[in-house]
Design a protein around this ligand. Sequence first.
Ligand code: HEC
Length: 126
Amino acid sequence: MIFEAAGCVRCHAPTLVTSDYPDVPELANQTIHPYTDMLLHDLGQRLTDGRSDFLGYGAEWQTPPLWGIGLSTTVNGHGNFLHDGRARSIMEAILWHDAEAQRPREYVQALGAADRDAPLAFRHSL
Ligand code: HEC
């Protein structure tokens, strides 16, 4: 509920349905829960690398899927997040969110300790 109320779901969309895909029908019209909209978003100057990549300019990044994020340390051997690995925890990754994601970040910062831990526990379960 907090993940939704904070507005995280605007970009980290919980549910998507795959398109028609006649070449591999097993993948067509499947409901998945990737927690991404797969789109580019401006997360602010603090995250810019100052260079454009294809359609994205320096401060724009594609929303990464959060599914499986709870297993990152096990799978990757580290718990670093964001495009350059600068965030050493999920909470640190959230605190880097700015610009289009400023309000969700401020919402999380204004939560009491118990409410802040609840969405973290939720994300570790993904
Ligand atoms: C405006 C879109 C947007 C909103 C709203 C948003 N995010 Fe993100 N999120 C992104 C993008 C884009 C990135 C990738 C940034 C980067 O790599 O530097 C990201 C990265 C992350 C990551 C790091 C994932 C990884 O694999 O590195 C976490 C965790 C995360 N977001 C959680 C949240 C939470 C929790 C909220 C709500 C408080 C939230 N986000 C709101 C767009 C958004």
